[in-house]
Design a binder for this molecule. Structure first.
Ligand code: CA
Ligand code: CA
Ligand code: CA
Length: 833
């Protein structure tokens, strides 16, 4: 059934209207824009003019997570990425798991400034080519087909370009001159189409819950026209699109809450060569200069610590002020300028210019703010106790909300009822699944596919913004929590955890340390894996994509009754790396819970020792299991576990890659009290080498940390850097200093590029407002979550959106990263002066 059949009277009227406007727009196109400045191809391989950057497949679609909405043709418009996904797509409003084209080639023509990409859908043997060429003040997008659209894709293959809802939803648009506004919430019409018409999604999965109906919903257009002017009311966001074939505008949020506004035109049937041409012109403000970002810690500073603001400047901001003023806010509400700190130019990094201002000389306890030019920051404290409570929301709120199999209440709110009470069944042999889960060819399990496996109806945390149980991240979470407990013994009790009644009450002390209650809860699915299957398993995930993609209250994802067919699957894929991690986590738990829960402690130790004896039988290399050996030694006191530890560690430092060679340095420092007398002395040159690496980072970028990630932000590695510095400082305070540890804290709490918001939800004067938790569709957050942070859009744009929670690589809080933050927060909270 073709799509045209569904076009109603309203759309026909729009089409009719657009014929007139087409003639008008041809005229307008040729005479109105010739004075606008043109885009030119820059050294970095994208099209540029002041205020507008056009990336053409600098970022290809992602092979695993598919449509990340930062691929294809992307536009950075006055400093904000607002347009993405320019490409040949197979549906009106593509979703994350819809097929994406593979990029076969990308050619840059330096003479025309044009960029040409060849795309291919191998599932349909469908090739296309997209050419982007600067023209007038904008650019022409041409779609060229070497062969006609395959019959299966006629009426489906089209050219799409997507607009960020949060950048447009307070604005209007014109469709062939007719006025409309962008809706704040999706409420346009949908219609059903026969399921046989649906273009397949990845691995033949399906994102919609069809309830056995043989139809699926599609969005109907908001408007159709030959000329769209988006946000003519705002010079920062105004974009004009013209084509002589009709363009439809859709609201992708109708089918998926993370959808965008999609401008789209179908490719004609039976035609080859140039089949479609759009002219796109993002309006450019000729004198536009991006506001400086004044980076500082939203948590504040200890009186004696190094204090530095890092200012991010637009390259056109050539007359920026040369000093930063620090004001103190007095008890009577008046303010007093305490210091005018001179700016020290740092230089260029990514696409901006950076300068620093040192205000370490201010040591008096008080409330301060920074003034840079006309920009006044929010206030922040300088005081001996600024770090004391930074980890509390993570333990009090974030981890309790992540608890699977429990009802979780906070004050008047129930975060969720007890979910997944019908866990679990054996996953079938299936490759691949989604979320990077797969069972592979074998089962490595005593159970048959879809058999019920007992022991998994309690414990565990939701991995992140999704609701699966990841074994690997559980093990790192548990180990970090055990390290936190043994190093700092935080007996904080703000949460009731009643395992028997599956009930958690936040801000309701029950006399038991919350951290031990979390460790106890998190280890249950791990110990169950060893007991039931005999080894650590990949994890537990949903059976269907339309269960997995839920972004709300999880207790209704399954019916909580056994063997009704909607249960989660235990993926029993056997990976020795996971066994090693499980042996570490289980033996640490056995030790930490020895008095708190002797029965569970004994089960954990038995499971850890079983894994270890399997290693020995299989002849696993000792140097791959050092952390597990160390944890087993600490728990059992058996010297045999560490008899080769010293030489294995020294050997591991001999690698060619200096950074990788030091990956065991923290473990080496931790074990050093139990090694020979000379061992710590032998570590000194490696700690000096580590310090050299820290100094090199300060030369590589203004912040001295691993600023951004690709695919996933780098806050995890920045927090690890702080933790590593803690251990290095503990044993070699003359080499690694307290300010080295605090470098990571300053960054996480707001002294970073793009914005100066704290990356820890609810922590600091101005934390981020949105995160990718299970409440992301409410544009909200769960307090205590740490977001991944800054993501690179190739080649030079780093961002962390705070008006759009749906970029998981920027905003998704995960258990392993949060446990690492919990440890780091405890390190910080010991610093008081
Ligand atoms: Ca997951
Ligand atoms: Ca408690
Ligand atoms: Ca069930």
């Amino acid at each position: 059934m073709s799509k045209q059949k569904y076009i109603g009277y309203a759309e026909l009227k729009v089409l009719h209207f657009s014929l007139f406007s087409f003639l008008f727009s041809l005229f307008f196109f040729h005479f109105s824009l010739s004075t606008a400045q043109s885009l030119t191809l820059n050294q970095k391989g994208y099209l540029e003019k002041r205020g507008v950057n056009v990336m053409v497949y600098s970022n290809p679609f992602h092979a695993v997570f598919l449509d990340e909405k930062r691929s294809g043709i992307d536009v950075i418009h006055h400093g904000v990425m607002t347009i993405t996904n320019g490409g040949v797509r197979l549906s009106d409003t593509p979703e994350q798991w819809d097929l994406v084209p593979e990029m076969k080639s990308r050619t840059v023509d330096k003479s025309t400034g044009g960029i040409d990409v060849k795309l291919s859908y191998k599932e349909y043997d469908f090739d296309s080519e997209i050419r982007v060429t600067p023209q007038a003040g904008g650019f022409i997008i041409s779609v060229i087909l070497p062969r006609p659209v395959p019959s299966a894709l006629v009426g489906k293959a089209g050219f799409n370009l997507e607009f960020l809802p949060s950048a447009y939803w307070t604005h209007s648009y014109l469709a062939d001159g007719k006025p409309f506004y962008f809706p704040r919430y999706a409420s346009n019409d949908t219609q059903l189409q026969p399921l046989a018409e649906k273009v397949k999604q990845v691995n033949n999965l399906i994102t919609s819950d069809l309830h056995n109906r043989q139809e699926f919903p599609v969005a109907r257009p908001l408007a159709q026209a030959n000329t769209f002017v988006m946000a003519p009311d705002d010079p920062l966001r105004m974009v004009t699109i013209r084509s002589d074939s009709p363009i439809s505008l859709y609201d992708g949020r109708l089918l998926a809450q993370n959808g965008w506004f999609v401008a789209r035109a179908l490719l004609p049937a039976g035609k080859m060569g140039k089949v479609l041409e759009w002219y796109v012109e993002p309006h450019a403000m000729q004198d536009w200069v991006r506001e400086p970002v004044v980076g500082f810690s939203q948590v504040g500073y200890l009186p004696s610590q190094h204090k530095e603001a890092i200012i991010e400047l637009d390259p056109y901001d050539t007359h920026h002020p040369s000093s930063l003023d620090v004001y103190q806010v007095q008890a009577d509400g008046t303010t007093q300028r305490i210091l005018s700190a001179p700016l020290k130019e740092w230089g260029d990094y990514t696409r901006y210019h950076y300068a620093k201002a040192d205000f370490s000389s201010i040591t008096q306890t008080g409330i301060y703010y920074l003034q840079y030019g006309s920009q006044k920051t929010n206030s922040f404290p300088i005081a001996p106790n600024v770090y004391e409570k930074v980890w509390h929301p993570s333990l009090d709120v974030w981890f309790p909300v992540q608890m699977d199999h429990m009802a979780v209440k906070e004050g008047y709110r129930v975060w969720h009822a007890a979910p997944h009470l019908d866990d679990v069944v054996q996953a079938p042999n299936k490759t691949p699944h989604f979320d990077n889960f797969e069972q592979g060819d074998s089962l490595w399990s005593p159970f048959k596919p879809f058999d019920f496996i007992p022991g998994f109806e309690a414990g565990g945390w939701f991995d992140a913004g999704d609701f699966d149980i990841e074994t690997g991240s559980h093990c790192s979470t548990i180990l970090a929590m055990c390290t936190t407990w043994e190093t700092f013994r935080p007996e904080r009790d703000e949460t009731m955890v009643d395992q028997q009644n599956r009930f958690v009450n936040i801000h309701f002390p029950d006399g038991k340390p919350d951290l031990l209650q979390q460790i106890e809860h998190g280890v249950l699915p791990i110990v169950a894996q060893i007991e039931q299957i005999g080894h650590a398993c990949r994890g537990v995930n949903h059976a269907t994509l339309y269960q997995y993609n839920r972004l709300d209250e999880p207790s209704t994802i399954t019916d909580n009754r056994h063997l009704t067919g909607d249960e989660r699957w235990l993926f029993t894929y056997h990976d020795h790396g996971l066994d090693v991690q499980a042996a570490s986590a289980l033996s640490a738990t056995a030790r930490v819970l020895r008095d708190f829960n002797p029965e569970l402690s004994a089960r954990c130790l038995k499971a850890a020792e079983k894994i270890w004896s399997d290693f020995e039988k299989e002849g696993q290399a000792y140097n791959r299991c050092l952390q597990a050996a160390w944890q087993l030694y600490l728990t059992t006191g058996k010297n045999s576990y560490i008899k080769d530890m010293e030489s294995a560690l020294m050997q591991s430092f001999q690698g060619n890659n200096p950074r990788r060679a030091l990956s065991n340095l923290t473990l080496a420092l931790q074990v050093s009290p139990k090694m020979s007398k000379k061992f710590l002395k032998n570590l000194r040159p490696y700690v000096e080498e580590y310090k050299k690496q820290l100094n090199q980072m300060l030369e590589a970028n203004p912040y001295g940390v691993n600023v951004y990630g690709t695919g996933w932000g780098s806050n995890g590695s920045i927090i690890s850097q702080g933790i590593n510095c803690y251990w290095a400082n503990k044993f070699f305070p003359d080499i690694v200093t307290r300010d080295d540890i605090l470098r990571s804290a300053n960054f996480i709490f707001g002294c970073h590029p793009f914005s100066n918001l704290s990356f820890v939800m609810g922590v600091g004067v101005k934390p981020k407002n949105v995160a990718y938790g299970n409440n992301r569709a409410d544009f909200s957050f769960i307090a205590g979550g740490v977001v991944p942070g800054l993501l690179l859009l190739q080649p030079d744009y780093i961002e962390n959106k705070d008006d759009w929670p749906f970029f998981w690589g920027q905003n998704e809080c995960t258990i392993a990263q949060n446990a690492s933050y919990l440890l780091f927060g405890n390190i910080l909270s010991q610093m008081k002066e």
